[in-house]
Write a protein that binds this ligand. Structure first.
Ligand code: PLP
Length: 485
């Protein structure tokens, strides 16, 4: 007997009960809430009505090509892109970045071992692109006072890469610290070497155009050749949409892929996916049309005001400081030795606020990441109360410590020598061992190692924080492997 539709939908809703809330403004990472119920409805209905359309062939679904052209046309003036600029709708920021890197690589097929240069704060998607496409990523330490790219050091790295350099990347702003890199200088240095410069405006692309930012960061800078801006972030559209823009069609050309080398239809793709749902694109088209430029201006004003209030509250709270002066709508909060950010994050969680811990990296401190969105604005006073209480609680508890022997052992471990059993042991040691809760997983656990997520993450995070990056990666991959068995 088929399960009645309503029963299935009720079970689906119940599963969602264990998730972070996507609306209400109390989740300060992963999700973006405009607080506009009508915009949500428009997005949801467009998503549903185009969910079965297929972007595989734009001649079969001309509506999708039309919506893509419309979105690019809307975005072009926002980023001061010239008349001839072109763009592609992708599934997200990571895909936009992967494609920008693949395109830069393939535009220079004469280069045998290609290199790209970026500040150390550049998004992990560039590391993924390096891994997928065999482009070496050289990251350059940022100025520790501002967390911005250091143009002199970037230029030195460009020189060191020499003829192998195919791409330079900067952020507007960076995810971890919310600051805009000195785009004009870096892009000029790239252009002077005849090399592409990509601006990662994945998170800032739908914020910066509507606020006063003193320094140019988009296509107004002549050396900028491509730019990514996610609609599923501050355009407040359902997940699965980002824009990748190029200054001219020739720059985009190597992004396209065709294959006639098989007996089926000739494959012709602009992006990594082949069959792709028209749902997210239609939803983005509808939400952008509904909110419009004036709507976004108002949402950005609300968001930036809220960010300012939160930044002032952090400055005014003993033991806390901002890791960088924010340029847009993101904050990175650091603390002194009286507490640790991981405990602070747990304490905020207890009070119904999700803030995202970020580990220490190359001399930069561990921080809490806050993505502020329009719906958070109404709750900033509550947030500040919760933050002050959480600081008091975290100070009272004292910073979590990692046993020095464990720290030394972690530093000495070579993850490539570890087998499955060793990872099971390490995950248990890290506090991630145990069985998956069958109620929340909706099924039984498999044989082999199992994992669980503890309510208080501070001890786990503190341990991961002292693990060298390669070990941390290996441990989390082992965790994911077990979570998905
Ligand atoms: C979110 C983000 C990305 C990656 O985007 P996804 O949509 O998560 O794939 C890249 N760069 C920056 C600066 C981001 O904030």
């Amino acid at each position: 007997m088929p399960e009645p539709g309503d029963t299935v939908l009720a079970r689906l809703e119940a599963l969602r009960g264990g998730d972070l809330p996507t609306h209400g403004g109390r989740t300060l990472a992963y999700v973006y809430d405009s607080g506009l119920a009508e915009a949500d409805r428009v997005g949801r209905e467009a998503l549903a009505s185009f969910g079965s359309t297929n972007g595989l062939d734009p001649t079969a679904f001309p509506s999708l090509a039309a919506m893509e052209r419309d979105l690019v046309a809307f975005a072009r003036p926002l980023f001061h892109a010239p008349e001839g600029a072109v763009g592609t709708v992708t599934s997200g920021g990571t895909e936009s970045i992967l494609l920008a890197v693949q395109t830069a690589r393939d535009a220079r097929s004469d280069v045998e071992s290609p290199v790209m240069v970026a500040p150390s704060t550049v998004h992990g998607a560039f590391h993924k692109a390096a891994h997928y496409f065999g482009v070496e990523l050289v990251t350059v330490d940022v100025d520790p006072d501002t967390m911005r790219a250091d143009p002199g050091a970037m230029a030195d790295a460009m020189d060191a890469a020499g003829e192998r350099l195919v791409l330079v990347a900067v952020s507007a702003p960076s995810y971890a610290h919310g600051v805009v890199d000195p785009v004009a200088v870096v892009a000029a240095d790239a252009a002077g070497r005849g090399v592409r410069c990509h601006v990662d405006a994945c998170i800032g692309g739908w914020v910066l155009p509507w606020m006063a930012h003193p320094d140019p960061w988009d296509f107004v800078v002549p050396g900028v050749t491509s730019l990514s801006a996610d609609l599923h972030k501050y355009a407040y559209t359902p997940k699965g949409v980002s824009l990748l823009l190029y200054r001219d069609p020739a720059l985009r050309r190597p992004q396209f892929f065709a294959s006639a080398d098989w007996p089926g239809y000739t494959m012709l793709n602009a992006t990594m996916q082949s069959t792709r749902s028209g749902g997210p694109l239609a939803a983005a088209w509808a939400v952008v049309a509904h909110i419009g430029a004036d709507g976004y201006r108002a949402l950005v004003a609300t968001t930036v005001d809220a960010t300012r209030v939160l930044a002032d509250a952090v400055r005014g709270t003993e033991h806390l400081r901002l890791a960088a002066e924010p340029d847009a709508s993101l904050l990175a909060v650091a603390c002194d030795d009286a507490l640790d950010v991981f405990t602070l994050s747990d304490e905020m969680g207890e009070r119904g606020w999700f803030v995202q811990p970020q580990m220490a990296f190359r001399g930069l401190p561990a921080t809490l990441h806050l993505t502020v969105c329009a719906a958070t604005a109404g709750g900033v006073d509550d947030f500040v109360v919760a933050l002050r209480e959480s600081v008091d609680a975290a100070v009272a508890a004292g910073p979590v410590t990692v046993d020095p022997d464990l720290r030394a052992a972690a530093a000495a471990l070579d993850p490539s020598t570890l087998d499955d059993a060793a990872f099971d042991g390490l995950l248990a040691l890290a506090g991630l061992g145990g069985s998956v809760d069958p109620a929340s997983a909706g099924g039984s656990t498999s044989a082999g190692g199992t994992v669980s997520v503890p309510k208080r993450m501070a001890p786990v995070n503190a341990l991961l924080d002292v693990a060298p990056p390669r070990l941390r990666e290996a441990l989390l991959i082992a965790f994911l492997d077990r979570l998905t068995r």
